[in-house]
Design a binder for this molecule. Structure first.
Ligand SMILES: O=P(O)(O)OC[C@H]1O[C@H](OP(=O)(O)OP(=O)(O)O)[C@H](O)[C@@H]1O
Ligand SMILES: O=c1cc[nH]c(=O)[nH]1
Length: 182
């Protein structure tokens, strides 16, 4: 199993908090408020990011935004290996998504395969009015015509590198670094 070595820290906890606060404002602005907005986090780290966005929006607007969860696993040898297949494990969205604005949230956007699988799963559930995408990091290297509406930080990377997002909810701290497999 390849080991990921930390090379460069690209966001610390403060930077992550500021980026999420900006994205929360952008979501409110783009949707002219929060009516009919549901935030859907992709496990694993998209879920705490979705919760943080929902709570920031609630602080700004005084409105609770419902959260849904998609569990999608990528089958592959390691992150440097390009051809992997996303598999939908579970979908938990309590609300009816018909005519709603869904904001999908993930930590890293890379090839776009996870988001394509997420779109398939959401469209199977019903007919949302629109689906938007928020990611903490866009590292480039798309293999599908997918782009994010809200980006915390664009981080150009080499394919041999990997982005690691660490969040206190799932790890020991809040930080994003570029690493390399050895
Ligand atoms: O654009 P893509 O090429 O699909 O890559 C992005 C996905 O890869 C990572 O998930 P990972 O499989 O590492 O799972 P994790 O979220 O549990 O860390 C990341 O969280 C995204 O979901
Ligand atoms: O570098 C990458 C690519 C996909 N997913 C990650 O979490 N990091």
């Amino acid at each position: 199993m390849a080991k990921l070595i930390e090379k460069t820290v690209v966001m610390d906890g403060k930077a992550i908090e500021r980026a999420l606060t900006r994205i929360a404002h952008e979501i409110i602005e783009k949707n002219k408020g929060t009516k009919d907005v549901i935030i859907v986090g992709i496990r694993k780290r998209g879920v705490p990011l979705a919760e943080r966005l929902s709570s920031i929006i609630e602080n700004i607007e005084g409105v609770h935004i419902p959260i849904g969860v998609l569990d999608i696993t990528l089958y592959r040898d390691d992150l440097a290996h390009m051809s992997y297949q996303p598999l939908i494990q579970e979908t938990h969205i309590d609300e009816d998504i018909t005519n709603k604005t869904l904001v999908l949230v993930d930590d890293v956007l890379y090839t776009g395969r996870t988001i394509r699988a997420a779109l398939d799963a959401l469209i199977d559930l019903g007919r949302p009015k629109k689906i938007q995408l928020a990611v903490l990091i866009d590292r480039g290297h798309r293999e599908l015509p997918i782009r994010a509406d809200y980006v915390g930080k664009n981080v150009p990377t080499a394919t041999k590198e990997a982005i690691a997002v660490k969040l206190t909810d799932t790890d020991d701290c809040d930080k994003v670094f570029i690493g390399e497999y050895i």
